[in-house]
Design a protein around this ligand. Structure first.
Ligand code: ADP
Ligand code: MG
Length: 475
């Protein structure tokens, strides 16, 4: 057991979806052609004036409300001044004095337990351009300059790399559920600054923190934190207290270590001031109410509903809420009147296995809820066996034809008791010898009779009904 406790605070940046950029009319999209979606506003030409994208403000407010934050009465922005090649204006428009959300909280899942993570603030800002480094040159692509960016800052209340990653995954999912971002780390849509300190058992104040800038994947966040905890622990164990310094570092993927960039005493003074080109404006109560109403049910609430109302296991519920598309598919099935547990079973086993095998998403999955319903209904009515259901499931996907096209009279299961009684009576009439042996104690001959019925019906007899009738007849 380590005698230190790790303390972690995250600054999570997420690019928001919208048609145009947050302060200009240039397109907010990816392009293979660098510098194709750029307006003079994004480049900071003299005389330009920013205009606020209402959609970005709506999305930012939506997430602030979803994460239980207090929202401000007035919306305005600040200028953060610094020079860097990816920042053509020489300043970033952001929110420092009055973020869209403060004092929020998010409850996340940690295995079987839950944890409340406190949110310091959420603010709306613009992304920078992206830099492509080559051995002898660096190229600048301004397509990303001015893309709306939502920054969420937690309180220092996470205590392990596992907790940090669980938090990031949960928040990413919330962005996807609310449809404000694809939140795709592979596309660089999510980037984090990770703050790590350690404190000795019994310490009453937080230790000196190190900030690791711009970590671009969740597995790197994990490795960064694990490395920093080990590094700081070693320094303290060796008594080198003054070497645990407030500094900015970066994560080096190749070595899995963090590398010092600068000390906090050399910190840049951003000379923040209120952005003078964007008038302060009031957020109307009606609009806020409208946004609040439009927040869809978040993954944690859905999980609780699936368990409490639909009787799913925590395990199944967790699989289904992992992906917004799974959850929506599941709920559509319930709305069509299907049994939740049966649907959960199909979804978590057969459907997900198929999606993985074919490397597709539910959007491209042929068996829409109403088609799955055709299969489940036939099983419930006793017209097809579960084995046949599986075959029809596969056939329907293979040939891209509705399941009902494969449910013909020819392969339908025989569940009609009258019809089966007739078949069984005929078979028994021709097997007097076996009946006698059965009554004399050869009880395993029961399966022989079932087998005869199956043979006669080419496997289509409903086995449960066959057994019932046989039991009755052989009394
Ligand atoms: P700064 O002034 O360096 O920007 P802030 O107080 O604004 O620091 O916090 C920035 C981030 O660092 C927040 O996510 C916060 O939770 C985290 N943080 C603050 N103090 C600590 C600490 N002692 N250990 C770990 N994280 C911390
Ligand atoms: Mg800060």
């Amino acid at each position: 057991m380590s005698k230190y406790k790790a303390v972690i605070g995250l600054e999570m940046h997420c690019e928001l979806k919208s048609n145009s950029k947050v302060f200009s009319s240039a397109k907010n999209a990816y392009s293979d052609i660098p510098n194709s979606y750029v307006s003079p506003v994004d480049l900071g030409f003299p005389g330009i004036l920013p205009t606020v994208n209402k959609e970005s403000v709506r999305e930012a407010l939506m997430m602030a409300l979803a994460f239980n934050c207090e929202t401000p009465e007035y919306m305005y922005f600040d200028r953060k001044n610094y020079y860097y090649p990816d920042l053509p204006k020489g300043y970033q428009i952001t929110q420092m004095h009055s973020p869209v959300g403060v004092n929020g909280k998010i409850v996340i899942n940690l295995g079987d337990s839950e944890k409340e993570v406190l949110i310091h603030d959420i603010h709306l800002e613009e992304d920078t351009a992206s830099l492509d480094h080559y051995s002898d040159a660096t190229l600048i692509n301004y397509n990303r300059a001015g893309v709306p960016l939502l920054e969420l800052v937690t309180e220092p209340c996470l205590n392990s790399p596992e907790e940090a990653v669980a938090f990031l995954e949960y928040v990413r999912r919330c962005y996807q559920y609310c449809d404000v971002s694809d939140a795709d780390t592979k596309m660089g849509q999510i980037r984090c600054d990770v703050n790590v300190s350690i404190m000795a058992d019994g310490d009453s104040h937080l230790g000196t923190k190190v900030e690791i800038k711009n970590v671009n994947s969740f597995s790197n966040v994990y490795d960064t934190i694990a490395y920093e905890i080990a590094r700081q622990t070693k320094l303290k164990d060796e008594g080198r207290y003054d070497e645990v310094e407030q500094e900015t570092r970066r994560f080096d993927e190749e070595t899995g270590t963090t590398i010092r960039m600068r000390s906090k005493v050399d910190a840049i003074d951003y000379k923040y001031f209120v952005e003078p080109n964007i008038p302060k404006y009031k957020i109307s109560k009606d609009w806020l109410e409208e946004i609040k109403k439009s927040i869809p049910m978040l993954p944690r609430e859905r999980k609780l509903k699936y368990i409490n109302d639909y009787g799913l296991s925590l395990y199944d519920a967790n699989i289904i809420i992992k992906d917004k598309d799974y959850a929506n598919y599941f709920e559509e099935c319930i709305q069509l009147g299907m049994d939740p547990k049966t649907v959960a079973n199909y979804l978590t086993v057969q459907i997900i296995a198929y999606l993985n095998k074919e490397d597709i998403t539910l959007k491209d999955f042929y068996l829409k809820p109403e088609y799955l319903k055709q299969i489940i209904t036939e099983v419930n009515n006793g017209n097809i066996s579960s084995k046949q259901a599986k075959e029809i499931f596969n056939k329907s996907l293979e040939e891209k034809k509705e399941p009902k096209t494969f449910i013909t009279k020819d392969n339908a299961q025989i569940s009609d008791a009258g019809e089966l009684t007739k078949i069984i009576t005929d078979i028994l009439a021709n097997n007097q010898e076996q009946i006698d042996a059965y009554h004399n104690g050869k009880s395993n001959l029961f399966d022989y009779f079932v087998g005869q019925v199956m043979k006669e019906t080419r496997g289509k007899a409903n086995p449960n009904i066959v057994k019932e009738i046989l039991n009755d007849k052989l009394k």
